[in-house]
Design a protein. Structure first.
Length: 139
């Protein structure tokens, strides 16, 4: 399916650009920082679910992000037995840095997409975001 091929290529490019421009290491770690910046502190389980990955995969990312000082684990105010992940000021600064360096996408869109195509691109992004958020159909 051509959509899968195109999405895989875009994912590879995004990962490459994020890794080239980020001490956070991977595109998935940058995405996790962005989610924490937008939604606020979350439990590790909720963060794993929102990223559609296992608890173990989130644990690996958190280890790297904590070592870089981009996130901290704190007691959950509603249940002191649990921990929540919170982005730090250094993590927010890192997101701004990554955003500036990932300017390649803006340049690529300006170079490859005609002005009259921009509404179609916006609609495609909206549809892809909906697909990414959808639960897989049960078989």
């Amino acid at each position: 399916m051509q959509l899968v091929i195109v999405l895989n290529r875009m994912q590879s490019r995004l990962r490459q650009e994020a890794e080239d421009s980020s001490r956070a290491g991977t595109a998935s770690s940058v995405a996790m920082l962005q989610r924490l910046a937008e939604r606020g502190p979350m439990s590790v389980s909720r963060l794993a679910a929102s990223e559609h990955v296992t608890h173990q995969a989130i644990g690996k990312r958190l280890t790297a992000l904590r070592a870089s000082g981009f996130v901290v684990l704190e007691p959950d105010p509603s249940d002191r037995r649990r921990k929540v992940v919170r982005i730090t000021d250094a993590g927010r600064c890192q997101l701004r840095t990554v955003g500036v360096r990932q300017d390649w996408l803006t340049r690529a869109i300006s170079a490859a997409v005609a002005e009259e195509e921009l509404p179609s691109l916006a609609k495609a992004v909206e549809l892809l975001a909906r697909l990414a958020a959808a639960e897989p159909p049960s078989s």
